[in-house]
Design a protein around this ligand. Structure first.
Ligand code: 13P
Ligand code: SF4
Length: 348
């Protein structure tokens, strides 16, 4: 991560209309030059390719990225993540230009929950409050009462009166995990993450036997047959915290494997093994949507100021209500620890 702060207050936002990348340019230096010219902040999710994580100004989970997007004084947010994350940045900071390297970077959870079907789901349960995972479209956010991420969902549920029934969409596994943990009456939308549902219980049990003493850390988007073997279940930042702070020296990681790059930077003396999928291969659960973003496309997006995220103003204002409620009900942000000297400053 560059960790650089914005200094240029007169951003030049003129598109350059570049269609082909000159093979002789220094791509990282050009991205840096454009970052300054545009007064842009580069935000990246932990599931992005390491070369994108390393040039970002901030790398984080869905909640922390929303907070950064809400508070940045940059003119341009170059969002290296998936579309719903960039849309959330636009919902929170409509005056900023938000660019996404590849507009096709979607999410299977978002795809599973179309606004008209979600509206009907709400109408079938008029007495329910709707808690919706941030992995959904702006339209679905506009139809929801409170947005949650896997970092803050438990804390937000604990603030809702116990006799209030809850609708949870779109992730049935995260919803099932939260219902079990909170003991609450929750009606679940039946969406899944195509990445986290790939992990194989049989292969995980085999790997655990081969690496005795290695704790398993899993994201709650995993199905219950994976979560029941986990020593720690949490959001990406919670998993990072856990592997840095736990005294074990080897961990099995059941989430998108690009996060292992952050683990290796923050705890360089520990070993991290990606949980296997059905074919027994480790680290084969890459998110196909996150992978669409590349350094080339980030460079072109900064050069051409496109593709840009646009959200219809009526939808944005209604979506802001549910996103702002999430931010107001979330516990305060905590920095992720590191065992490597100096790494905390880079993440700030
Ligand atoms: P978090 O980073 O909030 O844990 O979310 C994981 C995820 O699937 C993002 O798409
Ligand atoms: Fe969506 Fe799953 Fe990819 Fe996250 S990892 S963006 S939930 S498909």
């Amino acid at each position: 991560m560059t960790g650089q702060t914005m200094t240029n207050t007169t951003a030049d936002l003129t598109p350059l209309n570049i269609t082909e990348i000159d093979p002789f340019i220094d791509l990282k230096a050009e991205i840096e030059r454009l970052r300054k010219k545009r007064n842009a902040v580069i935000l990246a999710h932990f599931y992005q390719d390491p070369e994108i994580q390393d040039i970002a100004d901030f790398v984080g989970d869905s909640l922390d990225l929303s907070r950064k997007a809400a508070n940045t004084d940059a003119d341009v947010i170059a969002f290296c993540g998936v579309r719903f994350m960039a849309e959330t940045a636009k919902i929170l900071s409509p005056e900023k230009t938000v660019i996404l390297p590849d507009m096709e970077a979607g999410c299977s959870l978002e795809d599973s929950c179309q606004p008209d079907e979600f509206k009907a789901f709400r109408e079938e349960h008029p007495d329910h409050i709707s808690l919706t995972y941030i992995n959904c479209s702006a339209e679905v956010k506009a139809l929801s009462d409170i947005i949650v991420t896997s970092s803050n969902a438990e804390a937000i549920i604990s603030q809702i009166p116990r006799d209030q029934p809850i609708l949870f969409a779109p992730d049935k596994y995260l919803g099932g995990y939260l219902a079990k943990k909170s003991g609450r009456d929750m009606t679940l939308w039946q969406g899944t993450c195509i990445v986290h549902e790939q992990f194989s219980e049989r292969e995980l049990i085999k790997l655990k036997a081969e690496t005795p003493g290695a704790p398993i850390a899993a994201h709650p988007e995993c199905p219950d047959h994976i979560l029941r073997h986990a020593d720690h279940v949490g959001s990406t930042s919670s998993i990072l915290n856990y592997v840095v702070e736990d005294p074990a020296d080897t961990f099995i990681i059941a989430t998108e494997p690009h996060i292992i790059h952050q683990m290796q930077m923050r705890a360089p003396n520990k070993t991290f093994i990606g949980a296997p999928a059905n074919d027994g291969e480790c680290n084969c659960n890459n998110c196909p949507f996150m992978e669409l973003n590349t350094l080339d496309k980030l460079y072109l997006a900064l050069a051409n100021m496109a593709p840009q995220i646009e959200v219809d103003e009526d939808i944005r204002v209604r979506a802001l209500d549910s996103v702002q409620r999430m931010l107001d009900m979330s516990p305060a942000a905590k920095p992720i620890p590191t065992t490597k000297p100096g790494a905390d400053e880079a993440a700030a």
